[in-house]
Design a protein around this ligand. Structure first.
Ligand SMILES: Cc1ncc(COP(=O)(O)O)c(C=O)c1O
Length: 452
């Protein structure tokens, strides 16, 4: 089935807009508009697009901002809320960025990315992931976030359902809603390793199911699906011809042995159904460069490209030039990236070991990314109180308690569809993590609570 969202059938790339005649954009008399706005100045209609009005702001960003504000006020806060590596971008990539400026790569690039970068992405996807794309199947955007948004907008029609396994990355449900679709959240527990099972997927499917979003390695849980687990999900997907899969592989390189990353598009029958998203933010510590990419069957890549051509156009020319160097640093990012991953692994080991020692904290050991999602239902609920602080009905309150009393900023799991969990990002030095976990352990000492 070749179907994109119906509102996209009428979107044309900007180069094809008619200037006059049938289908031309209506030109409004500017003078009349200006006069009308004078008289209406007193009563501004503040109505927002209802889809926007119902959007929730990102709690990850809110908590990061809170930690920054408290720090600026002089408080000794440790922020473990942000989803970004604490490392600097590797030197060769920085040099390539500087070189891009000196060589004059300062102009617009083609809408979907430079051909040098798209060819390099195709070569990487072929040699590392075992999946073949041509450059015209790749759309380079300002971060993987934009790729996901454009993919959702491209394939979802109003009232389509988007299946999102929880715990999920905060933006998936909000983006689905913004695209006019309905998110369908499918929960999982630490005992299931926080992974979607084929049975749970099957039970969530309806004729309106359009897209399944998979994120492996996962933000926020660090779960990594095995090939067998993905194959079992692919079998269910295969039984539903309308269903597509958005495979968010942005943490691909950050996996800890024996876990391994597999691209969903390589599974039998899944290439034509899969929109693969990846990017440079996490593996190459390039969050600020804003660069990600979508690789998909031509039909869907083209739809995402049209959206981009009418919204942001091509991504930064400088970041794209530097990204070619990043992809040339070697398989799995090369030695400089592998060094960062070894550091993440050491931190993962440390953080999980510390959390496992805390009474009342349950854990599914993460196998990838740089997050851990402890289950803390023992410390929240009706009647639970942190002595001298106040009631702790939910994880939102627990995180406020932890930041105010423990001086550590973490993100409440309800933001990720996991209302009894909290997310800890361990993208921080071992010293910082040790200090933060000492504080968390002290704050969560059972003696500090009543009613648990
Ligand atoms: C799972 C996941 N997907 C996508 C993104 C977006 O990454 P970016 O837009 O920085 O490339 C993030 C960033 O936090 C993420 O955690």
């Amino acid at each position: 089935m070749r179907c994109v969202a119906p509102n996209l059938h009428s979107v044309r790339p900007c180069c094809q807009l008619p200037r006059s005649g049938r289908g031309a954009v209506r030109v409004v008399n500017v003078l009349c508009t200006a006069m009308a706005s004078d008289t209406a100045a007193a009563a501004v209609d503040t109505t927002l697009n209802p889809r926007v009005a119902s959007l929730k702001p990102s709690k990850t960003m809110a908590l990061t901002d809170l930690a920054t504000r408290l720090k600026e006020e002089g408080q000794d806060i440790i922020g473990l809320a942000a989803g970004e590596p604490d490392f600097d971008t590797p030197a060769p990539i920085i040099e390539a960025g500087v070189e891009a400026l000196r060589l004059g790569y300062t102009r617009y690039t083609p809408n979907t990315g430079t051909s040098a970068l798209r060819k390099a992405i195709c070569a990487k996807l072929s040699s590392e992931n075992g999946v073949k794309y041509d450059p015209d199947q790749v759309v380079v955007s300002n971060g993987a976030k934009q790729c996901i948004w454009q993919a959702l907008l491209a394939v979802c029609s109003p009232d389509d359902e988007v299946i999102i396994p929880a715990p999920f990355w905060v933006s998936y449900p909000e983006m689905a809603r913004l695209a006019g679709a309905s998110p369908v959240i499918v929960s999982s527990s630490p005992e299931e390793g926080f992974k979607l099972t084929p049975e749970a997927l099957q039970a969530a499917l309806t004729p309106r199911s359009r897209l399944l979003i998979l994120c492996t390695p996962s933000n926020p849980t660090g779960a990594v699906y095995t090939r067998e687990e993905l194959e079992a999900l692919a079998q269910v997907v295969a039984g539903h011809p309308r269903l597509l899969v958005l495979s968010d592989e942005i943490y691909e390189y950050i996996v800890y042995s024996p876990a391994k990353h597999y691209s969903f598009a390589t599974l039998p029958g899944m290439y034509d159904r899969t929109l693969t998203v990846n990017g440079f933010s996490k593996a190459y510590a390039m969050t600020g460069w804003r660069l990600g990419y979508l690789a998909a069957p031509r039909h869907f890549a083209k739809a995402a490209a049209v959206i981009q051509s009418q919204s942001t156009s091509g991504a930064s020319s400088i970041a794209q030039h530097a990204a070619v160097t990043a992809l040339g640093m070697g398989p799995q990012g090369g030695p400089l990236v592998q060094e960062m991953i070894r550091a993440f692994e050491e931190r993962r080991d440390y953080v999980t070991q510390r959390l496992q020692q805390m009474p009342g904290v349950r854990l599914a050991a993460p196998q990838g990314a740089f997050y851990v999602m402890p289950e803390v239902s023992a410390f929240v609920g009706p009647g639970v109180e942190a002595k001298g602080w106040g009631p702790v009905p939910d994880v939102d309150a627990l995180c406020r308690y932890l930041v105010e009393v423990g001086n550590v900023a973490l993100v409440p799991g309800d933001a990720f569809g996991a209302p009894t969990c909290i997310r800890i990002s361990y993208a921080a030095s071992l010293d910082t993590l040790a200090k933060a976990l000492d504080r968390v352990a002290a704050a969560l000492a059972p003696d500090n609570f009543a009613g648990i």
